[in-house]
Design a protein around this ligand. Sequence first.
Ligand SMILES: [Zn+2]
Ligand SMILES: [Zn+2]
Length: 278
Amino acid sequence: MRVHFCGVRGSTPAPGPAFVRYGGFTSCVAIAHDHDEVPTLLLDSGTGVRRVTALLGGAPFAGTILLSHLHWDHTHGLPFFRGGDRDDALVSLLLPDQLDGQAASDVLARGMSPPHFPIGPEGLRGTWRFETVSPGTFSVEGFTVTAVEVPHKGGRTFGYRVSDGHASMSYVPDHCPTALGPGEDGLGAMHDAALALAGGVDLLVHDAQLLSDEVATEASFGHAAADYAVGLGRAAGSRRVVLFHHKPERTDDDLDALAARFDDEAVVVASEDLVLSL
Ligand SMILES: [Zn+2]
Ligand SMILES: [Zn+2]
């Protein structure tokens, strides 16, 4: 499979000259089968989903958008996804069941409808299907996906493990491991759900919003430290770890320093032009 990083920021977009190399769009990762020219599976639709349109070569999007959770930085790009918002698009949007009996489109509409936004989900052009997913394994666009619930803050959040039968990757953009205890180093518990997601994957894309010295004061907002992500990957046997969901104020220079500190070719700091073939 081929993994395109289209938005790598957390919380809010980060425009400006200090952010041009790693990029300022919020979370979106596009996955294509090796033999396909275009991606068919999108993980989240932060503002980075706008960049997916350029990968489609003028064609409409025909595929699935899988949301890890409903926070703004993972959904705000949706109505601005030109490749998906056109009459000939064919899109399935799947989001975590909120366990409150609400239909997927109604859950999405809580954040995307007047007066918050001019249209609701039903106003998107093309053929859209909205459904909920629950923890477990299912098949989507020829990929095998396993959804695993992880602790975050404010709303049910899933990490996803994706396999094409040859290679595997896990996507855990928002994760608060300290919610389950401090772990050995104070950065959070190496709990079963995290280990299940990271275990033996070719690529672990993980929340790295925080630096270790920010955990004490900021982990309560729902995020993990870069060192936790790397430690989890090493503990679980992930072949490569991609540090993802950068804090909006983390500049290019800051992220260069983060990469230099690990100095490990198995640790990659996500940037918007990153494309990895697994
Ligand atoms: Zn987020
Ligand atoms: Zn979040």
